[in-house]
Design a protein around this ligand. Sequence first.
Ligand code: PEP
Length: 243
Amino acid sequence: MGKIVAANWKMNLRRESARALAAALAAQGRRCWLFPAHVLLPVTAQAVQGSSLKLGAQDLSPSEDGAFTGDVSGEMLADAGCELVLVGHSERRHGHGEDDALLLRKLQRAMAAGLKPLLCVGETAAQRSAGQAREVVAGQLIVLEKLETARRRGLCAVAYEPVWAIGTGANATAAQVQEMHRHARAVLETLGLGALPVLYGGSVNPANAGELLACPAVDGLLVGGAGLKLDSLSAIDDAALKA
Ligand code: PEP
């Protein structure tokens, strides 16, 4: 069956490079989840049509359609062919100051629009040094308590992404990942979400993917930089298929 591989393309690629990458992955019969920038959704949606790839957006508005200049609603994303949406990526939490109250509104809007959110959580380097990693991650997950049980089950996954490992080339060790995933799973169990996949993200590449995927508590990977090239994403997905 294999484990999940999700690629967050962030603010990268253009229509032709996104189309070509998605089309090549589709031709290889991959089942990855792709998260292109909003403007690249139509071309990527076309490329993944009829394939086993899933399409998602990187963010959504906490509001319904209306006077919200620059925002994109969940309904618009669903209309563009998205099934999934990232919520709470560290570049939104820390780069854009998005707090748990705002993220809860985004989760609610995503579900109302029929999208399946992938909630990202993770501690900063300072929080880890202060011994607060477990508490921070539990706090970010406990937000889900405010969603009705049926709604919570609409999530597609949670991603543990320590902020200090994202885009730094310094991935968390397998031991750190295993410990934090076990902890996240225990919190999710208290929310009735014990079966929800927990992905790891943070400087994953073809060289470290196998070791990270070998952790029993890792259900898959969320990949940033290494998800932008066919060779590296395919190699990571091959490792996930074997895991
Ligand atoms: C990410 O943005 O979710 C991520 C994990 O990035 P990278 O793989 O580049 O560290």
